[in-house]
Structures are given as structure tokens and as C-alpha cells.
Design a protein around this ligand. Structure first.
Ligand SMILES: O=C(O)C1=C[C@@H](OP(=O)(O)O)[C@@H](O)[C@H](O)C1
Ligand SMILES: C=C(OP(=O)(O)O)C(=O)O
Length: 462
């Protein structure tokens, strides 16, 4: 596959590759990461639909949350930054959408954010007027057909700007201010976000929503459970007792004052640093109970040979003498981090249940195979995942494909392999603009970070 190796900034200047710090000794650090993308963008949507003003405490501030905020403003919500106690930026106050406040023709930039391109079109159906949705070049390749067909089945017209029926971005949603709802059958096998998107607005449909999935299994079920939990917290009745059916009763969405948990998926690369360097990483503020898929780190990293404890809200991970390979099923958005660790493991690994990663920020299965093998690794695609066998890795450039999790996977590899450089580390801004600072800060806690430019860079591309 082709990699976008030439990154330029806004003024057209070439951006050099990021020399990934090499851990010449075990990491010993305590790290806190910014708020969860998935929770922030769900609460923003619910706040925009709620029955009064809401507050998000310690939310994520990143490209994906900024795109969501701007999209909701376009649709008539008022979102204001207010001082809070979060370490990564202000709180957010949200006054729900006033459909009359939005202009009759609205343009929504989805960037590369799955949560924006899937969650916002159903909201646009609830106002009077046309909303044009588009995004980054790769966003036009991400699966969108299910949402477009779902809206059409609900009686909402969705068209291509130049006419005809679209199956992907860009498209126009012609909102009429009201959606009847009722029983709706979809195929959500390409993304759980199709289910979440419809559930989030379902209570605002006149008859509520009975959503039924048919087809291959829905991936990333944890994210759907998160949606259901967030809805219930806002007073919405959701019945998910029958597999592949979700029934959302019509009614108000209660305004809320909600603290956002830190992003446990984004905690992954930092925890992985403990394994990659045979060191220790502590994350305070780990929730006792959570719907975040990132809570799986506790079992995944233990299976890879790390010692994992959760005491007093502090998750502590200490790497073993080597990283064990293994079988890892349904790792969803954790997969790129898992794959990076598997590439450093002493035994073979198999990742399954992640065929749909081909429709993520990039085709992640192809990207992971290309980039691991570029460094001398031995990775192979299967129909629904990856096989990664032990191999000695060498220096080189890891390409990011505008994918934040490919960039952080490169950083993990660079901890264990001298001379790794990451192309477009800035792409981590999708969910963690502070990543380079937090990463070097983690390494600085037991001494100054060393970089590839200081160490050997034999074999690296330029
Ligand atoms: O709803 C969400 O917040 C998400 C759902 C998942 O999408 P898929 O079901 O497409 O994997 C996940 O991978 C994505 O990062 C975030
Ligand atoms: C798949 C991801 O993002 P998105 O919300 O854009 O789908 C991800 O963050 O790993």
C-alpha cells in the first residue's frame, strides 16, 4: 500500500519525521492521559439533545472533539469553554440545539472522525434544512452506507450533492424537523458506530426506536454498551435484553453535569511502554467500573506477561522479562497497540475479530503488516485479523497513514528498537494532541529521553 511519507505544515514546510525515543533503561513513570474521545463525543451529542444546559467536566480537547463541537454548533447548539479542574483544558457548557438558530444550509466537516460522520447525520435529520457532510480524503472511503440507508428507511432524504443516492461521504441530509422512528433493521457489521448513532437520537424520534441488527456480528460491542450506559444515565429507557435488538423509548434526555473518564484506549501506548522497556507505568484515576474497551488492558497485558495491579484507583503495569505472544480476540481500537507489542514478543500471536479495522482511519490491517514488516518484522493479514511472528526488528521509518494509533504504535516500537522514526506524529492530535509531550515526559521521569537522532539510525529511510 502507498504511505503518505511527505508531511507538510499549513505553510507548506516539510515536517521532519519524529525520532521516537529509545528506552535505554526501564521506564518508571506515572502518567495521566486526557479524557475519553468516545465518552466526550457521546456526551456532547446527548447534551445537544437534552432538556436543558449540561456540563462536561475534564472533556477531551482534540481534533475529533473539536469537529464534534463545531458540527453541533452548526446545527444550533451553543457550546462554551469554561474554567474547570481538568489537567488538559477547560470544561464545556452546552446549551441544546435550537433548530431555528441553525442556518438553513449547514456544512459539517467530519474530518476523519467516525463519531462525527456517524453520530451527527441522524441529528441533522431532526432540524429543518439541509446539512452537507464531508471530511478528509480518507473519510470518503470509510463505511457510511448503513447510516445513509437507515435515514432513508426512516423517511429522511439523503442525496449526493450532484444528485443520486450516495453510499459514502459527501452527502446532504434533508432534515424535516421530525423523525417518526419505530422498527428499523440495519446491518452494522462494518461498525458499531452505526448502532450507537441511532440509539443516541432514538429517544427524540416520535415513536422512539426499535433497532435490529442482521448480518455478520457487530464489532466493538463495548462501545455499544457504553452508548446504552450513557443514555440510561441521562434518563433514557433502553432495553438491550435481546441480542442484536435495542429498544429506545421516546422521551426527554435529561440535562447532566458529567465528569469524563480519561481515555483508557489512549492509556494503552503508555502501559505498553512498561512491557516494551521491562519497566513500570502507573496510571492514577483508573475507574473501578467502566464501559471503556480500554479496561481490557488489564487482561491483555497480563496475558502478555506483565504484572498488573489495580489498587486505590492506580493501575500499575510492570513488564516481564519478555513479551509473550498469544491469541487476542475482539481488541477493537486497541488492536494497533496490541500489534506493536506482538511485534516485540518472543512467541507468535494471532489477533482475531478485527476485519472491520480495514474501514478505520486507514486500512489498519494492511498498514500494520506493511509497517511491522518494513522494520524487519514478520506480520501477515488473515481474513479477520493478523498473525505476527517473532523477528528481530531494525531501525526505520514507521508511516502513520493519518492514523493516530499507527503513530503511537510506531512510538512503542521505537522504545525497544533504536533508530525508529515516526512519520507525521502530529496525527496523534485526532485524540491526543499532547502525545509527544506526554511520551517524552514519561521517559524523562527516570532520566532525560534519548532520541533516534542521538542514537543509531542504521537502515532508516529519509
Ligand atoms: O463509538 C465509538 O466511540 C467508537 C466505536 C468503535 O468503532 P468501530 O465499531 O467502527 O470499531 C471504535 O473503534 C472507535 O474508535 C470509537
Ligand atoms: C477507529 C477509531 O476512530 P473513529 O472514531 O474515527 O472511528 C479509533 O480511534 O481507533
Amino acid at each position: 500500500m502507498t504511505a503518505a511519507a511527505d508531511v507538510r505544515d499549513d505553510s507548506g514546510m516539510h515536517v521532519p519525521h519524529w525520532p521516537a525515543p529509545f528506552a535505554s533503561r526501564p521506564v518508571d513513570a506515572t502518567v495521566t492521559v486526557p479524557g475519553s474521545k468516545s465518552l466526550t463525543n457521546r456526551y456532547l451529542v446527548l447534551a445537544a439533545l437534552a432538556d436543558g444546559p449540561s456540563r462536561l467536566r475534564a472533556p477531551l480537547h482534540s481534533r475529533d472533539s473539536a469537529l464534534m463541537i463545531e458540527a453541533l454548533r452548526q446545527l444550533g447548539a451553543t457550546i462554551t469553554e469554561v474554567p474547570g479542574d481538568g489537567a488538559f483544558g477547560p470544561d464545556l457548557e452546552v446549551v441544546p440545539l435550537d433548530p431555528d438558530a441553525a442556518s438553513s444550509l449547514t456544512r459539517i466537516d467530519c474530518g476523519l472522525a467516525g463519531t462525527v460522520m456517524r453520530f451527527v447525520p441522524p441529528l441533522a435529520a431532526l432540524r429543518n434544512g439541509e446539512s452537507v457532510f464531508d471530511g478528509d480524503p480518507h473519510a470518503r472511503k470509510r463505511p457510511m452506507g448503513t447510516i445513509i440507508e437507515a435515514l432513508s428507511a426512516l423517511g429522511v432524504a439523503v442525496s449526493a450533492e450532484e444528485g443520486g443516492t450516495p453510499s459514502s461521504l459527501p452527502f446532504v441530509v434533508e432534515g424535516t424537523g421530525e423523525v417518526r422512528g419505530g422498527h428499523l433493521v440495519i446491518d452494522a457489521s462494518a461498525s458499531s458506530q452505526f448502532v450507537s448513532a441511532l440509539l443516541l437520537v432514538g429517544a427524540r424520534f416520535t415513536e422512539g426506536l426499535h433497532l435490529e441488527h442482521v448480518g455478520k456480528p457487530v464489532p466493538s460491542l463495548d462501545h455499544i454498551n457504553m452508548t446504552v450506559a450513557v443514555l440510561r444515565g441521562a434518563g433514557v429507557a433502553v432495553d438491550d435484553s435481546v441480542p442484536n435488538h435495542w429498544v429506545v423509548s421516546p422521551g426527554p434526555i435529561r440535562a447532566f453535569d458529567q465528569r469524563i473518564e480519561q481515555d483508557l484506549s489512549n492509556a494503552g501506548p503508555f502501559l505498553a511502554a512498561a512491557l516494551a522497556s521491562r519497566g513500570t507505568v502507573r496510571i492514577p484515576g483508573w475507574p473501578d467500573e467502566t464501559q471503556q474497551v480500554g479496561d481490557l488492558w488489564r487482561s491483555i497485558l497480563a496475558a502478555m506477561g506483565a504484572e498488573v495491579t489495580l489498587h486505590g484507583g492506580v493501575l500499575t503495569v510492570t513488564g516481564g522479562p519478555h513479551i509473550k505472544g498469544g491469541e487476542f480476540a475482539d481488541t477493537s481500537e486497541l488492536a494497533p497497540t496490541v500489534a506493536a507489542l506482538c511485534a516485540l514478543a518472543t512467541g507468535p500471536s494471532r489477533l482475531t475479530g478485527i476485519a472491520h479495522l480495514r474501514g478505520h482511519e486507514t486500512d489498519r490491517l494492511a498498514a500494520l503488516v506493511t509497517e511491522i514488516n518494513r522494520l524487519g518484522g514478520d506480520a501477515e493479514e488473515t481474513s479477520d485479523g493478523l498473525v505476527i511472528r517473532p523477528a528481530k526488528l531494525h531501525a526505520g521509518v514507521v508511516h502513520s497513514y493519518a492514523d493516530h494509533r499507527m503513530a503511537t504504535a510506531g512510538a512503542i516500537l521505537g522504545l525497544a528498537v533504536e533508530g525508529v522514526q515516526v512519520e507525521d506524529i502530529g496525527t496523534t492530535a485526532k485524540t491526543m494532541p499532547d502525545f509527544p509531550r506526554l511520551w517524552t515526559g514519561m521517559l524523562a521521569q527516570n532520566g532525560p529521553a534519548e532520541t533516534a537522532s542521538e542514537g543509531s539510525s542504521g537502515g532508516a529511510e529519509h
